[in-house]
Design a protein around this ligand. Structure first.
Ligand code: 5AD
Ligand code: SF4
Length: 478
């Protein structure tokens, strides 16, 4: 269900690597898997290592250092990385001096054991320890295996100006908070990325301005749970109650941050991901509605349409509350694009629960969605307390049903755009045709149109003429 854009998942966007080669420098090859946060983290890593004299390369065979930034969200994501690692055996055989590092969520989840299980790995570094990379690389160069998987109360990499890897020069990510406190019972993220903490709003605004000056036109504010953003001078969100009265009174929440960013870079489009139904407040919706440059699109994972399953998932909202939020969004932000994440075959999911999921989808008619079979993750509450008892065939069948329904809804939603004139930010050449550009409208739907006299980075008005379930097709109007 990869949809150019806001949410990127492991199976679809794996193994993107990059860039820039400068003669005479040490060479870093970095590959990213998983969510947008991981892609953003790789840009932070490249920045930290550029200060150590590393330039990035897209050819692992000429690298001195190979890093895989990994994902643990589903078993399949980890398997992909294991397969990829085996590919580097051959490269290491040819060049025994090459150092191989595993970063990210899998490093955090499996820790030192990765060194035993994957003999070629020299370095293991969790998501909060990237500043330690220079030291760890030196240890590895001295022939020692190096590990740092400490999680942090403070780390936001707020002062690191990311090296933009492999982008289109038009859209970029800015990470605004890290970690997740919600403890959904199926999810490994709270274990791999630790507790929530937010980045100084001024450093976020500064980064947005740097991007604006560099010609970027769209930023996506990133966090595992952006609605939970809370700046009160630094530290964990869960320690907010202990903060001083002054710190509390001047705290910045997500709606204020959005407003500040929207005003600081009025020429840029602003997106954000991911929202969480239980943490999304009405003032965020009013802020989205109030600013032209904040895109009218919300990725709002629900995971199931059954209140019984939502409870077992510890989602913090039931079906009715989610529907209430959807109704509020429709009222406050007419024409808002909506997408979801859904899991089929969570432990104990009955046919009736599955029907609840289908009927919720029918109610919302999402523009698009990301759908997954439940994958048991070791150490999570669900793994410890529930039996993974929905047979694989049943998970697959239910998944197919929700994907088919989503496709129908995507087509329906896309058809509503036909005949309209919409603002599109040109991002690059259409995958299917060299004579066409692709870009996205405010709802995050991909729009393809004949090139004419415009270029990536331009905002253009496109009249929508046709559509498929994935794409709008149109023509520039002058
Ligand atoms: N199994 C399947 N899907 C999962 N997700 C998170 N954990 C699991 C799991 N154990 C999905 C959720 C989440 C998205 C990023 O990945 O839908 O929103
Ligand atoms: Fe994967 Fe989640 Fe880690 Fe992102 S935060 S890399 S989706 S496990």
């Amino acid at each position: 269900m990869y949809h150019h854009g806001n949410k990127v998942i492991d199976e679809q966007r794996q193994g993107e690597a990059l860039i820039l080669t400068h003669e005479g420098k040490k060479k870093l090859y970095i590959e990213s898997y998983g969510c947008q946060m991981n892609f953003s983290d790789s840009e932070i890593v490249a920045s930290i290592l550029s200060k150590e004299g590393f330039a990035t390369t897209k050819n692992p065979e000429e690298a001195d250092l190979v890093l895989l930034n990994t994902c643990s969200i589903r078993e399949k994501a980890e398997q992909t990385v294991r397969n990829r690692l085996s590919h580097f055996h051959a490269i290491k055989k040819q060049n025994p001096d090459i150092k191989i590092g595993v970063l990210g969520c899998m490093a955090e989840r499996i820790k030192e054991k990765l060194l035993e299980e994957e003999k070629l790995v020299d370095i293991v570094v969790g998501p909060d320890a990237y500043r330690d990379l220079p030291k760890l690389i030196k240890e590895a160069e001295d022939g020692r295996k190096a590990v740092n998987v400490l999680l942090s109360k403070e780390e936001t990499y707020g002062d690191v100006n990311p090296v933009r890897l492999g982008g289109n020069g038009v859209t970029a990510f800015i990470s605004i908070m890290r970690g997740c406190d919600n403890m959904c019972t199926f999810c490994v993220v709270p274990f791999t990325r630790g507790r929530e903490r937010s980045r100084n709003p001024q450093s976020i605004i500064d980064e947005a301005k740097i991007l604006q000056d560099a010609g970027y036109k769209e930023i996506t504010l990133l966090g595992q749970n952006v609605d939970s953003y809370l700046w009160y001078g630094g530290g964990l969100k869960k320690d907010f109650a202990k903060a001083s009265e002054i710190a509390k009174a001047s705290a910045v929440r997500f709606a204020q941050l959005l407003r500040q960013v929207a005003e600081a870079v009025p020429e840029m489009r602003i997106r954000f991901s991911t929202s969480n139904p239980q943490d999304m407040t009405e003032d965020v919706l009013h802020t989205i509605a109030a600013y032209n440059n904040i895109c009218k699109y919300i990725h709002l994972p629900v995971q199931s349409g059954s209140t019984r399953i939502l409870k077992a998932m510890n989602r913090g909202h039931n079906r009715e509350q989610y529907i209430e939020l959807i109704d509020k969004i429709r009222k406050i932000i007419p024409d808002c694009g909506l997408s979801h994440d859904m899991i089929t075959g969570f432990p104990g999911e009955t046919e009736e629960d599955h029907q609840d999921t289908l009927s919720l989808m029918e109610y919302v008619k999402y523009d698009f969605g990301y759908m997954f079979k439940y994958s048991e993750r070791p150490g999570t509450y669900a793994a410890r307390h529930f039996k993974d008892d929905v047979p694989n065939e049943v998970k697959t069948r239910r998944l197919t049903e929700i994907i088919d329904l989503q496709q129908k809804h995507s087509l329906y939603r896309n058809q509503q755009h036909i005949g309209k004139i919409e603002e599109v930010l040109v991002e690059g050449v259409s995958k299917k045709s060299n004579e066409h550009w692709f870009g996205r409208n405010t709802q995050n739907t991909v729009v393809v149109f004949p090139k004419e006299n415009v270029k990536p980075g331009d905002f253009v008005k496109v009249k929508i003429l046709e559509c498929t379930s994935a794409t709008l097709l149109g023509q520039i109007v002058h």
